[in-house]
Design a protein around this ligand. Sequence first.
Ligand code: SAM
Length: 312
Amino acid sequence: MVAPINFVSRWCLFPWRSVSLGCQRFHQTQAPGKETHFGFQTVPEEEKGERVYHVFESVAKKYDIMNDSMSLGIHRLWKDWLVRHMNPTPGTQLLDVAGGTGDVAFRFINYIRAQREKLNRNKLDHQQNLSWSDITRSYSQEQQGLLMGSKAVICDINKEMLKVGKERSLRLGYSEGLSWVAGDAEELPFADEKFDVYTIAFGIRNVTHVEKALEEAYRVLKPGGRFLCLEFSHVNNPILARLYDLYSFQVIPVLGEVIAGDWKSYQYLVESIRRFPPQEEYKEMIEDAGFFKVTYRNLTSGVVAVHSGFKL
Ligand SMILES: C[S@@+](CC[C@H](N)C(=O)[O-])C[C@H]1O[C@@H](n2cnc3c(N)ncnc32)[C@H](O)[C@@H]1O
């Protein structure tokens, strides 16, 4: 088990902190008065959403630059990996929940564009011998536009994050195939069985009731649809875990202060990572929500993990 190592190493690093994690389960442990965690603090359940909202409202404008600085750009590789693993085909309808400034959705669009290019190249190679069905297919693909009917809906509870994302999408030339919707992961504003893929990247640990968000993911997916979650997780190498703790607690809040003028939000970020359940426990929660074939893959020794499940 990695979690106790993390806890012990954190305690060794910060023995003066009065953090009482040892006797609690990691996920959504709620005291009788319906309390939950906000980083290492215990807060009434109804306060968490508001506090999380303020964190992302405050960091929105510097969110992307902070991501690059904190992770030395590695978050890009993790997100690339997520979309490659998804391997979406033309026509895929994606819902990216807690989608923030659009990183996952933009990669999805790039992937579909690359698929289309590949198809076009193949078509050119065989142009000499086009059959009637090839011509019909190519005509209908043109009618469906550059993305061949694929769409990504970015849903996030935070209007500031969505605003930054929308501006960014215009600047980067992603006009087609994207829509931005304000909504809560726990109560998605979408009909049942609407999407082929549901993604949530670095979002689920911020949600007050993870179980509710998972149920909603299940509800909006079509039968056969896929759930994919990229989230910070628990490092499985003790030496790396120690270094990672040092970096997280000693460097990240400082970067937050220097770059974004916001120590507290980045302190919350590193604390919330420690409070998220370990890989196996989270896998069980996804299964409990009804998903089948649930697996996970650790990236960077478990600094992050990608969990995957299917709605059958
Ligand atoms: C760390 S950011 C991740 C953004 C983006 N997915 C990425 O990977 O860069 C977390 C996002 O979760 C959003 N969020 C937090 N609680 C949420 C909720 N209950 N429903 C929807 N989005 C939520 C925040 O507003 C924020 O944009």
